[in-house]
Design a protein. Structure first.
Length: 188
């Protein structure tokens, strides 16, 4: 875990405030994951409303929120189980009740936020083509037309079409091979 996080600030928070901030931060990260453009403004407005309602210092809330976000992102990156997460937080100096609350709320949120598979790829087809011109002096250009069959959230199948240059297509194929290798290594 990142030792640069200001644990002292978090230890000064009441249990309720710490848990409320953690829930806000997890909600914010969930909105960001869904690519909600209003995620940042939602967090700012929520913190301001909370500060006003509970007569808290907004600057301290923002500092604490940044520390919690750092801890959550580190926990997600490490993919630690509960005991390792608890050990890491304790070794950083987070007091026991807050460590317990963090692990419980983090695991509950992690379990309930399974990623949705919108537009799951079912099939891909492509065709190479070359542009032609009536003049022999005009430049010819190679291109690829790609048709992706995808399964939508409602279970229906649909097609997505795109066109790209040959170098873009070869780069795309290379990235798909890397993704395939990564997925195979996860399942072996």
């Amino acid at each position: 875990m990142n030792s640069s996080v200001d644990i002292g600030t978090l230890n000064q928070l009441s249990e309720t405030l710490f848990q409320d901030l953690l829930k806000m931060c997890l909600q914010f990260l969930q909105l960001q994951q869904q690519q909600d453009p209003s995620a940042t403004s939602w967090l700012r407005q929520t913190l301001e409303a909370y500060a006003q309602k509970h007569s808290c210092n907004i600057a301290q809330l923002k500092t604490s929120c940044k520390a919690i976000l750092t801890l959550v992102e580190e926990a997600e990156n490490r993919k630690s189980d509960s005991s390792h997460l608890s050990t890491d937080l304790s070794s950083l100096g987070l007091d026991a009740p807050k460590t317990e609350a963090f692990v419980e709320i983090f695991n509950r949120q992690k379990g309930s936020s399974q990623p949705s598979l919108s537009n799951q790829l079912v099939d891909a087809q492509w065709q190479f083509g070359v542009t032609v011109a009536s003049s022999g002096e005009a430049a010819k250009r190679a291109f690829v037309q790609l048709r992706l069959s995808v399964r939508r959230l409602d279970g229906s199948l649909g097609d997505m079409h795109c066109e790209m240059s040959a170098p873009q297509f070869f780069s795309f194929c290379h990235e798909m091979e890397q993704a395939k290798a990564a997925m195979q290594s996860l399942h072996s």
